[in-house]
Design a protein around this ligand. Sequence first.
Ligand code: GDP
Ligand code: IMO
Ligand code: MG
Length: 441
Amino acid sequence: MANLLVTGTQWGDEGKGKIIDLLTPSFDVVARYQGGHNAGHTVYVNGERIILHLIPSGIFHRGVLCIIGNGVVIDPRAFLDEIQGLEKSGVEIDDNIVISKNAHLILPYHSQREIIDEERKGAKKIGTTCRGIGPSYEDKMARRGIRVGDLLDLCILKEKIKENVEEKKAYFAYYDKPLPDAEKIYKEYAFYASKIKKYIKDVSLLLDEKMKEGKSILFEGAQGTLLDIDHGTYPYVTSSNSTAGGVCTGLGVPPKKIDTVLGVTKAYTTRVGGGPFPTEIFDERGEFLLERGNEYGSTTGRPRRCGWFDAVGVSYSCRLNGIDKIALTKPDVLDDFDEIQVCVGYKYKGKLLPSFATESWILDKVVPQYKKMRGWRQPIRKIVDFTSVPQAFKDYLKLIEDTIQARIVLVSTGVERKDIILNETELKDIVDLDKFKKEMT
Ligand code: GDP
Ligand code: IMO
Ligand code: MG
């Protein structure tokens, strides 16, 4: 198959984990390019719910290589815990995971600092996962970060930890917090080094070799386009590029190697943490989406804010990523609504905006323009082909396709692998249909 990039088109938690797991059998490699263990990707395997944070969602398929790129930030403790958890669930981990030597490490002082920063911001806090993601990327950009490859030389590791702790001295003193103990951190990370070194490789080179051998790659995005550090709702974003460009920088792969981009899109909208959310619902319909959709963060357990489908935001994501095909998830959560709304435009100061706005203060004030749709009022989970879906549901899908200018290649109607309605004509260009269908059974 041609190489495929799969990325979220909203504020994360679109159901990427489930979709990537299903697509994986058509690929030889699944490669994650950004983020860290702030992500939570849910996959149901033989009835068991497994949440992945750092490890790519292709891991449940033997023979598929899972790669963590240089654009990812890695907390070694979280990585090792995740491996242990997967092994307990019967997943074999041996030479099927690789970590880039150029990926940056998350150290204990990163999350400690993030907690202080978030508290200091009070009502203006970002609502981060406090996993140390942002501060690790900060050190990377400031050119003092510690990379996974540094674990391979303990003298270098020791020196870098010492220098970094020294650099943070003034910060911790200012906030009257104890300075992290460099020696203690070193001992802990030297232990992780002994466990992790077997996974460390030159990922850009490895991917190049794989592609030369004719292997196909699925590039896995974490978070979502509207959380992208450059193109999202700054500053209420994560600290990496979740959009398509992140593949090139986060894995060391040339742009022309991304053949197709598939967006994963939820049939309504959610967001966890602070920041603008034009279509947020504040009444009992929002609470209904929260409960019926089980919209509780896969990483932090926080309730997700819920709202109507925002075609302005998703169109913007499609433009940024070059998406013309999407996988639509969770419309089953809307089964009981008499009326469903879709935001088809934003008005700001009385005028229609030409596009999505990334200025938080503008997005806070836009007035969503809704198109009201009749609900289908019946369970769609059991439906297996498009010919049997109710007309009102067809109308909903058509409105989404028309407003975002992308085709729906599949509709996910429940948490399990088998809960899928396929658009075979569209999907066959992206995956091996037989392999895909086998996975659903
Ligand atoms: P990700 O971060 O994009 O991988 O998404 P999460 O795993 O954080 O959140 C998606 C949630 O929705 C998980 O609990 C999934 O099990 C669940 N889910 C995925 N697809 C569907 C679907 O089509 N219908 C329903 N009801 N739940 C789904
Ligand atoms: P997946 O991959 C939803 C949000 C946080 C916060 C902001 C910044 O599961 O879709 P961070 O800890 O990254 O600095 O927090 O980004 N956030 C996510 N929201 N899904 C995610 O990942 C997220 N990863 C980060 O809630 O608002
Ligand atoms: Mg998630």
